[in-house]
Write a protein that binds this ligand. Structure first.
Ligand SMILES: Cc1ncc(COP(=O)(O)O)c(C=O)c1O
Length: 420
């Protein structure tokens, strides 16, 4: 079994050879959206060449299109280890799908009911719940964070559960600082208190294997453009949870959650993105297969692939962290204890004393290095940490980043902040 070969991985991603001033760009913007392998690009193009038609027609291209959409549901069910492809709903993006579920759930809640969100989450898993709370007269509670390591305040979580909330919405991982929540444990406690759970896995999906059945959540949402595919949103809803919901739907529509005409070409690419991850698993995942008892086929391949990706990413993150901590005035927010790397993704939120994140990000961009700055819609943690409005510099590693790129970034950062 070959060890993870980052050069072989990179060769599959055409955009990684884009040059700026004669030098390849270094892309640390993954948490905002990753690049896609050629197989995904080809799948999107092939859709247009061979299968472009609306759904449900009694002719070749429509049948092909329907088969691609069915295959994509099955592929995404495998990626998330859902029991059934019908538990997967595709849409424009995570935010839109979450708005739809929130509106549906709202119809089942009564004024005065409690629902809970967290102050660690992206606004996409806060705003929809805030909106239905205002519309329906619900009591909205917010789980706080512990500012020192930017983890959820689990005592506050438990205290809110004593109020018997109808729903608790939280993230799998923070897109701002990379904290991974103890999802299975939080779901277990929420269920014990009689609450439904809605998990935002958008930031987690490119970094960790996701097993919806192992964590037992009622709902989970993610976005394919964050894991090497096109701009398509994915909702998982356990069958009984989905079936129990009313929803806004056209009289004639075939599905209550997949509204309107879907992005078929993107969905073709979404299927290819899962195949890509499964391919990583087939090539580099053998050492990890034992971590997923009971899985087989593409489900096992995809999970082993994500585990192989994680095994490559976290040591690379250690290298990044060592370098950042050596820059005078740099502060990395969130978990930095190497013994606790299992509780984070390879996404660094950094501030530099005397150097606003925007200026640092722009200077890096001028040198061919892509990072993000600001709050990334994760307004809760940024406000709580006193980091608004300047925000942080976000350096997001993915499995196609290299040690050489990390070293180049660190050297540039040292020069930009005057430490080099
Ligand atoms: C953690 C997290 N949740 C939700 C979203 C929103 O996803 P989408 O763009 O698919 O609506 C993002 C996007 O950055 C995110 O990082």
């Amino acid at each position: 079994m070959p060890t993870f070969d980052v050069d072989a991985v990179r060769a599959q991603f055409p955009a990684l050879s884009i040059e700026q001033d004669g030098v390849p760009v270094a892309l640390f913007d993954g948490p905002g959206g990753t690049q896609v392998p050629a197989s995904v690009i080809d799948a999107v193009a092939a859709y247009y060449r061979t299968s472009n038609a609306n759904n449900g027609g009694e002719f070749l291209t429509s049948r092909r299109s329907d088969a691609i959409v069915d295959d994509a549901h099955a592929a995404l069910a495998d990626l998330l280890n859902a029991a059934d492809p019908d538990e997967i709903k595709l849409g424009a993006n995570m935010t839109t799908l979450t708005m739809h579920v929130a509106r549906s759930l709202a119809a089942t809640f009564e004024p005065g009911d409690v629902i809970a969100v967290t102050c660690l989450d992206h606004e996409a898993n806060v705003g929809p719940w805030r909106s239905i709370a205002a519309d329906r007269g619900l009591e909205l509670r917010t789980v706080d964070i512990r500012p020192d390591d930017v983890t959820l305040d689990v005592e506050r979580f438990d205290a809110i559960l004593h109020e018997r909330p109808r729903l608790v919405a939280f993230g799998w991982a923070s897109n701002a600082v990379g904290t991974i929540n103890p999802v299975a444990e939080l779901v277990r406690r929420a269920h014990e208190a009689g609450a439904l759970t809605y998990v935002d896995a958008v930031h987690a999906a490119p970094h960790v294997p996701i097993d919806v059945r192992a964590v037992g959540t009622d709902f989970l949402a993610c976005s394919v453009y964050k894991f090497f595919g096109p701009h398509v949103g994915v909702l998982y809803g356990r069958r009984d949870a989905l079936d129990s919901l009313p929803s806004y739907k056209l009289r004639v529509a075939h599905d209550r959650f997949e509204t309107g005409t879907l992005n078929f070409e993107g969905i073709a690419g979404a299927r290819a993105a899962v195949e890509y991850i499964a391919g990583v698993g087939r090539r580099y995942g053998a050492d990890h297969a034992g971590s997923f008892p009971g899985m087989d086929g593409r489900t096992l391949d995809a999970h082993a692939g994500m585990a192989a990706i994680r095994a490559y990413e976290m040591p690379l993150f250690g290298r990044l962290l060592d370098g950042l901590e050596a820059i005078p005035g740099a502060r990395v927010w969130g978990i930095t204890d190497r013994a606790r790397f299992a509780e984070r993704t390879p996404t660094a939120a950094v501030t530099f004393e005397g150097h606003p994140a925007e200026a640092v990000s722009r200077a890096l961009g001028d040198r061919g290095i892509a990072t993000w700055w600001g709050n990334f819609y994760a307004i809760g943690p940024m406000e709580r940490l006193g980091l608004e409005p300047e925000g942080v510099l976000r350096i997001g590693l993915t499995h196609y980043n290299t040690a050489a790129e990390v070293d180049r970034l660190l050297a540039e950062l040292a020069a930009i902040t005057g430490a080099g």
